[in-house]
Design a protein around this ligand. Structure first.
Ligand SMILES: [Zn+2]
Length: 51
């Protein structure tokens, strides 16, 4: 029972904190922001970079 890709409701799967996309939809990047971990997807990351 390792690595099953069913719908998740809990667990440690990452999802974007801006649009809630899961890592099954888009790549999710983990970065440090204001002293904490921030999860942001490939789509929202450019907006984050540009302010
Ligand atoms: Zn996003």
């Amino acid at each position: 029972m390792d690595n099953n890709n069913t719908n998740n409701t809990a667990g440690d799967e990452k999802s974007c904190e801006y649009c809630n996309a899961s890592e099954n939809e888009r790549p999710i990047f983990t970065t440090d922001f204001k002293g904490r971990k921030l999860h942001v997807c490939a789509r929202c990351l450019p907006g984050l970079i540009h302010g």
